[in-house]
Each structure stands twice: as structure tokens, then as C-alpha cells.
Design a protein around this ligand. Structure first.
Ligand SMILES: *[C@@H]1O[C@H](CO)[C@@H](O)[C@H](O)[C@H]1NC(C)=O
Ligand SMILES: *[C@@H]1O[C@H](CO)[C@@H](O)[C@H](O)[C@H]1NC(C)=O
Ligand SMILES: *[C@@H]1O[C@H](CO)[C@@H](O)[C@H](O)[C@H]1NC(C)=O
Ligand SMILES: *[C@@H]1O[C@H](CO)[C@@H](O)[C@H](O)[C@H]1NC(C)=O
Ligand SMILES: *[C@@H]1O[C@H](CO)[C@@H](O)[C@H](O)[C@H]1NC(C)=O
Length: 552
């Protein structure tokens, strides 16, 4: 063996052991097994019973508490009357869009059957969540938190908190997903939410959600798992020290309240250093004509005092929110689980190879509301686009690149069809989201995180680049776009697969405001993308087609 050369590859050791006939147990990353039973049940967050999607009887579902590199195996039994899929929001399925669980990547788990997701928590630490991705099911439950801890040898830029709490906030609709879908299919809206919840509770309950020991510091992971409304989150009498956002450590600033746009996650540290007693956490709607809010009780251990009825108010206006966005900075010196997340920390000095401008619009097709991106409204394919591509039968189902990178914004017509843009593997790309409408947008890209480099009012122009943060923009998975505004992101398309890019405003993506990005490694190599798993659900034509040659 060459001097100084150390072989650590477990494959090498295994091969060697095999050759020598030694039965060697190689330390592998731990496995965590879950069995989840998806059923329709009853909850009463508004004081009136309503139907909801439960996981093992719970709403919200169980938290996944895992550590970088752990293997997760979840056997999902679908006991609903409808097809079902889970997707893992913000959780990057590296090389593995096979487990992404969107209708464009996977055949659904049919009613009365089960399917086992298998994936690894690779190279990420932070706060994410899972949710049911089909139709409007997300409005009815089936969501839960995902927490990825760093391994012991990867230091994080704060002391270990006393405890770690997951806070899922979202709006409530009384109608079940099927009724919401049928309203949308008929060209109507889903209406205003009836309320807001924090972990399934609205504040009518007298039980506390969380307990803090006096003087100790706690981590709260707050995700907006809602359908369309930005929520402002705050805790009575306490400041929140922001430490992490969408899986990136940030420069630690203190906030009275945070605007959490749909699909975003924040981690804050809160110290129980106020008068012993109880305090309310609050989530309330932003940028809406109506006001809905929820409270959730935090109690200092060993106290019985009720919380003060004086509740902190949400901020007003867009400017406040934009200023808050501009205060976020990535902590460039904090070590990350993945030391080189998007090819380089120095994203500002990489040449942009492609600029894609995505312009959203709303219009009518056959008298019914449709939402579009660059004039096209996404049509669900009868079979997953990823499988169509893998089996080499794209010609029968869709065309690539049917939307232009530079939209024709004066053409208001809308065409409904599958939309797949092809990205060149490892290209460094700038994407500009333009929102000419009156409501706030939130965009999410599966499989990636991206640098959120800038935002501004009005239309984007090349001069807008002068305002970009090219030094310490936070690497995120979901970004808001204010009304009549634009937001710009940058990323390297280095994760091979088929990835959904969508409006997180769920009625919009349901009615067409989503696309897929196909990222193919020309090598068709296992180094870049995993093979289709043996257990892949195969629907429609694929059940009969011969399996393609696997990647090597
Ligand atoms: C799932 O829950 C339903 C309703 O409680 C029950 O009938 C069914 O047996 C459960 N299935 C599994 C696999 O646990
Ligand atoms: C979550 O996992 C961490 C690391 O294994 C462990 O220390 C902690 O106790 C777990 N928390 C819960 C609530 O299971
Ligand atoms: C369904 O569940 C059974 C029992 O746990 C398990 O053996 C089987 O592998 C599961 N099937 C799939 C497709 O995941
Ligand atoms: C950034 O992370 C480093 C390393 O963990 C830490 O020492 C530092 O305090 C953090 N900086 C800020 C401004 O949060
Ligand atoms: C970026 O583009 C400039 C101008 O075309 C060129 O001079 C430079 O070498 C490029 N940098 C890299 C890293 O490719």
C-alpha cells in the first residue's frame, strides 16, 4: 500500500473482507424505521368536529427526529379512499428524486395498499417537514416536522439547547380536501380560512403546548405548513434569536416577530428569562383583508399564573417584511453538514450560464380559473414524468422546454400542458420570479437549496442585479415574492433527477402554477443518480414495459 494512503471506503473493506473470506461487520449509518397508518379521522380545532387526515391517529403527524447520514425507512399504509403520496419539504433527496413523492416523480400509493420510502438524511442539518402532496390533501392534515441534527463532530454555532420544539403553523379550512378540490375544479376559489392553528391547536384549549425551565434556552423550529397565507409568528414578552432558516445557519439576530411565508422554516432560540408564568405564542395572518390568529401556551415549569391578556400585535405592511428579508445573512463561518452546498460559498463569483425568468399570471380557460407560469398552466400527466423519461417514452407524453426563459408578458393567453424544462447538469443558473399580481407568492424548488440573492418592487431588469447580495445571501428552499415585485435566486443544478418547482400557494399549484426541472447527468452514472428502486410503484404503461438498463 502506498505510504501515507489510508483507505476508508467501506466498499473497499467489504471487498477485501469478501476476498479474504472474513465475515466483517462494517459500521453503517444507523437505520430508523417507521410504520405510518394514514386514515381519515375527526379533529375539532375550531370547537366543531371536522374530518382530517391523521397519521397513526395524530394531527399533526409524528416528528421525524434524525441525524445527518441516518437512513430512514417509512412504511406508509394508505387507508384513505384516495391515492396518496408523501413529499419531504426542503429535505434534499440527493441523487434520489425516486423518493420525492410528487405526482410527477412517483406513482401514487393506492387506497388499501402500502409503500415503503427509503432515503438517507444526507448532508443537511436543520428544520424541514413532510406533507401529503396530492390534490388539496395538504389542507386536511397529514403533515409533520422533520428535524435533522448534526453529528457530534460537526459543531453548530450555539450551545445545545435545553430542549427542541417543533412548531407547525398553518391556516384551517373546515371542508375536507375533496370538497376543496371540487370547488377548484368547478372554477371557484377555496374561500378564506376559518382560522389558524399551531400544532393543530387554535388557543381555545387550556393545556400548554410547551414547558420551559426558568433561565434555560430552548430551540423552536417554526414552519408554515399552510395553504396560502403568510403568518407572523411571535412570543409574548420574549425575543427570538434566529439561528437557522431552511437548513442554513444564519448570522444570529434577535427578532420580536417573524413573517413566515408558506413553506418556509425558521429556528429560533428563546430563553426563559422573564417573570415565571405563562406566555402565548401567536401566529396570525399577514397581507389579508381578514384577520385570523392562533395562540399556543408556553408555561414556565412549576407556575400556574395565567398569561397576560395583552397580546403582541403583528406588524403592518410589506415594507416591514421586505426589510426583515434584507436583514437575513448567512453565517459564512459556521460549518455546515455539507461544506460545499452549492458548489461554492463564493457563489457571487461564478458566471451565470442561464437566466430563467418565471412570470406568474392568472386567467380563465374554458371559463374556469387557471394559474400559469410564462403563459403555460401545468397539466398533470396521467403517469409520472420521471418514469416517462426513465423509460425513454417522452415523445408520447410531453415536450421539453415549452416555456421560454424570457416570457412574453403582453400575451395573456394560457395553454394547459405538462411543463418540463431541461437544465444542464451542474450549470449555475439565475432564476427570477416575477409576480405582477396583488397577492404574495411563495416558490419552492424540490431537491435543492438556492441563494436568495435579491428582491425588489416592480419589474426586474438587468440593473436589478446591482442590488444583489453576492456575499452572504442565505441558502434556502422557499422564497416569497411580494405583490408587483420580483425575487431572484441562484443555484447550481447539481442534483440529478426530476424536480418540482411550484407556487406554495396550494390552489395555485393545484390549478397549474408549477413546473418540473429535469436534470440529467450525461454520464447516466450511479455516482450522479441512484437507480430506480426495485420497489418503485409502477402504474399505467410501466407495469407492462420492460425495465430500462440500470445506471452503472
Ligand atoms: C390503520 O388504522 C385503521 C383505523 O384505526 C385500522 O382499521 C387499520 O387496521 C390500521 N392499519 C394498520 C396497518 O395499522
Ligand atoms: C432527537 O434526537 C436527538 C439525537 O439523537 C436526541 O438527543 C433527542 O433526545 C431526540 N429527541 C426526541 C424528542 O426524541
Ligand atoms: C407492506 O407492508 C408489509 C408489512 O409490513 C411489508 O412486508 C411490505 O414490504 C410492504 N410493502 C411495500 C411495497 O412497502
Ligand atoms: C457563525 O458561526 C461561528 C462558528 O460556529 C460562530 O462562532 C459565530 O458566532 C457565528 N456568527 C454569528 C454572527 O452568528
Ligand atoms: C467568467 O466570465 C468572464 C467574462 O466572460 C471570464 O473572463 C471569466 O474567466 C469567467 N470566469 C469563470 C470562473 O469561468
Amino acid at each position: 500500500m502506498a505510504a501515507g494512503r489510508v483507505f476508508t471506503s467501506s466498499t473497499f473493506i467489504r471487498t477485501l473482507a469478501f476476498l479474504l473470506g472474513i465475515n466483517l461487520v462494517v459500521a453503517e449509518s444507523p437505520y430508523q424505521f417507521f410504520t405510518w397508518n394514514i386514515t381519515l379521522g375527526t379533529i375539532s380545532p375550531m370547537g366543531v368536529p371536522q374530518k382530517a387526515i391523521l397519521i397513526n391517529g395524530d394531527y399533526p403527524g409524528p416528528n421525524i427526529n434524525t441525524t445527518t447520514n441516518n437512513n430512514i425507512v417509512i412504511n406508509v399504509f394508505n387507508n384513505l379512499d384516495d391515492p396518496f403520496l408523501f413529499s419531504w419539504h426542503g429535505f434534499q433527496q440527493r441523487k434520489n428524486s425516486w423518493q420525492d413523492g410528487m405526482s410527477g416523480t412517483n406513482c401514487p400509493i393506492m387506497p388499501g395498499t402500502n409503500f415503503t420510502y427509503k432515503f438517507q438524511a444526507k448532508d443537511q442539518i436543520g428544520s424541514y417537514y413532510y406533507f401529503p402532496s396530492l390534490g388539496m390533501q395538504k389542507a386536511s392534515g397529514g403533515f409533520g416536522g422533520i428535524r435533522i441534527n448534526s453529528r457530534m463532530y460537526i459543531p453548530v454555532p450555539y450551545d445545545q439547547p435545553e430542549d427542541d420544539y417543533t412548531v407547525l403553523i398553518g391556516e384551517l379550512y373546515t371542508q375536507l380536501y375533496k370538497a376543496l378540490e371540487s370547488r377548484l375544479d368547478k372554477g371557484r376559489g377555496i374561500g378564506n380560512p376559518v382560522g389558524v392553528h399551531i400544532n393543530g391547536q387554535t388557543g381555545k384549549e387550556s393545556t400548554e403546548l410547551f414547558v420551559m425551565k426558568p433561565s434555560k434556552t430552548y430551540r423552536y423550529r417554526i414552519c408554515n405548513i399552510g395553504i396560502k397565507v403568510t403568518l407572523n409568528f411571535r412570543i409574548q414578552g420574549h425575543n427570538m434569536l434566529l439561528v437557522e432558516m431552511d437548513g442554513s445557519h444564519v448570522v444570529q439576530n434577535s427578532y420580536d416577530s417573524l413573517d413566515v411565508h408558506v413553506g418556509q422554516c425558521f429556528s429560533v432560540l428563546v430563553t426563559a428569562d422573564k417573570k415565571p408564568g405563562a406566555y402565548q405564542m401567536m401566529a396570525s395572518t399577514r397581507f389579508t383583508k381578514y384577520d385570523r390568529s392562533a395562540t399556543g401556551l408556553i408555561r414556565y415549569e412549576g407556575t400556574k399564573t395565567p398569561p397576560s391578556p395583552d397580546l403582541p400585535k403583528a406588524p403592518v405592511g410589506w415594507m416591514w417584511s421586505l426589510n426583515q428579508f434584507e436583514s437575513f445573512e448567512w453565517n459564512l463561518t459556521a460549518s455546515a453538514a455539507r461544506p460545499n452546498p452549492q458548489g461554492s460559498y463564493h457563489y457571487g463569483s461564478i458566471n451565470i450560464t442561464r437566466t430563467i425568468k418565471l412570470h406568474n399570471s392568472v386567467g380563465k380557460v374554458d371559463g374556469k380559473n387557471r394559474y400559469a407560469i410564462n403563459g403555460k398552466s401545468f397539466k398533470e400527466s396521467a403517469v409520472p414524468l420521471k418514469l416517462v423519461e426513465y423509460y425513454g417514452i417522452v415523445d408520447q407524453y410531453f415536450k421539453y422546454d415549452t416555456i421560454p426563459d424570457e416570457p412574453k408578458t403582453n400575451d395573456k393567453s394560457i395553454v394547459i400542458e405538462p411543463i418540463v424544462i431541461k437544465a444542464v447538469y451542474r450549470d449555475f443558473v439565475e432564476i427570477i420570479f416575477e409576480n405582477p399580481e396583488k397577492s404574495v407568492q411563495s416558490y419552492h424548488l424540490d431537491g435543492y437549496s438556492f441563494f436568495a440573492v435579491g428582491m425588489g418592487f416592480g419589474r426586474w431588469s438587468e440593473a436589478s442585479r446591482k442590488g444583489y447580495n453576492l456575499v452572504d445571501a442565505v441558502s434556502r428552499h422557499t422564497i416569497q415574492v411580494y405583490p408587483n415585485s420580483w425575487s431572484a435566486i441562484m443555484l447550481t443544478f447539481d442534483n440529478a433527477g426530476m424536480w418540482n418547482l411550484r407556487s406554495e400557494v396550494w390552489e395555485r399549484s393545484y390549478l397549474g402554477q408549477q413546473i418540473y426541472v429535469s436534470v440529467i447527468s450525461p454520464a447516466r452514472s450511479l455516482r450522479d443518480e441512484y437507480n430506480m428502486p426495485e420497489s418503485e410503484l409502477l402504474c399505467g404503461p410501466f407495469a407492462k414495459l420492460p425495465k430500462p438498463e440500470p445506471y452503472t
